[in-house]
Design a protein around this ligand. Structure first.
Ligand code: ZN
Ligand code: ZN
Length: 523
């Protein structure tokens, strides 16, 4: 029977009486502290339009979404479940019952009170342990937080100074993460981990943060040889009240040490408090991860950001753009590729194929093309070494008067590429680098070497020397650049050239980055 029709707005603020108001004293305490408890609130955050209309029970102590809504309406989290899932003594007739396991007993009690209208099975989503798939119960616990919300505005300002590649990763993604930033829970209830260095008095609850082993020695008379659990837990500190302080049993969130990664190794305070890392590189999943932990911890500890620039890359999908997964059986193992085509091929292909911030679709055909390009590079060096065998005296110095138009062309390609690639690296346009360098050695092989075929055999001595010097120098500068993309083949070619031409320098990685000679660039 319909008694009245009205919109939900009219219900806001209406109060209801909890089922066991008379049996459980705790309700009165809650109501006294927060008048919004046991009333209808209108929260738009977690309402799904597809689920019909009605009232949803909100328990701020039993789940993160409800907690957030409770926080907004000043209803504190309430949860009287202990660590074993048992209801505490404060829960009167329910004390001793176990959550989930004793569902039937709860229903019995409600039924016996004459408050149950009906029971029906309802299919709905429920939280399960990600590992063993057991249903779990959310429970509010006491934790330690870093009050980073207070630093939000400063962090947003600091972030504006960071060079992000792509720029939208910083101006949109990370900026919006910081805008919604919440205090950082840094405590964990596990055995392994960095012990939280907080001691608490058994009697007066006074707390003490201990900064170093040195301080432990000052407070207790002896240093620890191992600062981990269980040894650290044996340290007892005398409290001002005369009683003893014991360490709280928690360990630190592992993200906390990741957040100190760029400055933690400096012992000198002046250094660690001011050092800013030039460049970090990580995937787009790290907005809430490493990018965040570095920024937050650095701001808390030092008031500046940890890094000056960030390159954010995407994820690797299959060739159709689908996420790789066990169930789709579309996982491409890097080893499968490396074993068949080599690590250089994989690096060369992937650096070029992944646009900043965007996912890449792993395409075997494109990868194989890069593999073939590496053969082209390899063959140039074989050709050069063979060609050098025709000379009694090897002279690799470029002499301007000996250069023909073919030489001037390829030297222009080389020098304009050195200039371009240097700019790309300066501006973190990493994905453009392989293609630019590749252009030089493909041109060297397919254009220059084709054009000088005849000259290299039947030309004058000066012409032949020019060919030798130009191939040698173009190849050497090319592999110096290319060693950042394909280090193995570059080093191998370098060592062969070193043996044949007597280059000094043990490894290509010890060579200086080539400098562009503007005079040789002819657009
Ligand atoms: Zn589990
Ligand atoms: Zn005390």
């Amino acid at each position: 029977e319909t008694l009245e029709e009205f919109s939900g707005k009219k219900l806001e603020g209406l109060e209801y009486e909890p089922l066991f108001k008379n049996e459980l004293e705790v309700y009165d305490e809650i109501k006294k502290k927060s008048p919004n408890a046991f009333t209808v609130i209108l929260s738009k955050e977690y309402v799904a339009l597809g689920s019909g209309s009605g009232l949803v029970h909100c328990a701020p102590g039993c789940g993160p979404e409800d907690y957030e809504v409770g926080r907004k309406y000043k209803i504190p989290p309430f949860n009287e479940l202990d660590e074993h899932g048992k209801f505490k003594d404060s829960m009167g007739i329910f004390s001793g019952l176990v959550a989930k396991k004793d569902d039937k007993k709860f229903i019995e009690i409600i039924k016996n009170k004459g408050m149950l209208i009906d029971t029906t099975p309802v299919e709905h989503e429920y939280a399960h342990c990600w590992r063993c798939k057991t249903p779990v119960v959310y429970k509010t616990t006491e934790q330690w937080f870093l009050a980073v919300e207070k630093l939000k505005e400063q962090m947003i300002e600091e972030n504006k100074k960071v060079v992000w590649v792509p720029d939208w990763a910083g101006t949109r993604w990370f900026n919006s993460w910081l805008t919604d930033l919440q205090d950082w829970c840094i405590s964990r209830q596990r055995f392994w981990g960095i012990p939280l260095p907080i001691w608490k008095c058994k009697k007066c609850d006074k707390i003490k943060l201990v900064e170093s082993n040195e301080e432990i020695k000052k407070l207790t008379g002896k240093k620890l040889s191992n600062l981990h659990r269980p040894w650290i837990d044996e340290v007892e500190i005398k409290c001002e009240c005369g009683s003893l302080m014991k360490r709280i049993p928690d360990v630190l969130d592992v993200w906390l040490d990741s957040g100190a990664a760029t400055w933690a190794t400096y012992e000198d305070k002046k250094k660690w408090s001011s050092i800013q890392t030039d460049f970090i590189l990580e995937g787009k999943d790290q907005i809430r991860g490493w990018f965040n932990s570095l920024t937050a911890l650095s701001m808390v500890s030092r008031g500046i950001n940890a890094y000056k620039s960030v390159y954010m890359h995407g994820m690797v999908n299959d060739s159709l753009g689908r996420k790789m997964s066990k169930s789709l059986k579309n996982i491409i193992s890097p080893y499968e590729v490396i074993d068949k085509y080599g690590a250089d091929t994989m690096r060369y292909y992937m650096i070029g194929a992944s646009k900043p911030g965007l996912d890449m679709n792993y395409n075997f055909e494109d990868m194989k093309l890069k593999f073939r390009n590496l053969s082209v590079l390899w063959n140039i060096h074989k050709f050069l070494i063979d060609y050098a065998n025709n000379f009694e005296e090897i002279d690799t110095k470029i002499k301007t008067s000996n250069l023909g138009v073919e030489e001037r062309y390829i030297l222009s390609v080389l020098n304009s590429t050195i200039k371009k690639v240097s700019e790309m690296y300066e501006n973190y346009r990493l994905n453009e680098v392989p293609g630019a360098i590749e252009f030089v050695f493909i041109e060297l092989s397919r254009t220059y070497i084709q054009m000088i075929r005849e000259k290299s055999v039947s030309g004058t001595e000066k012409e032949k020397q020019a060919v030798l010097a130009v191939i040698f120098n173009v190849l050497l500068d090319t592999i110096k650049m290319f060693s950042t993309v394909a280090p193995f083949i570059s080093e191998h070619i370098y060592l062969n050239l070193k043996e044949k031409f007597g280059i000094s320098g043990e490894s290509i990685t010890l060579q200086k980055w080539p400098k562009a000679d503007e005079k040789q660039i002819d657009e």
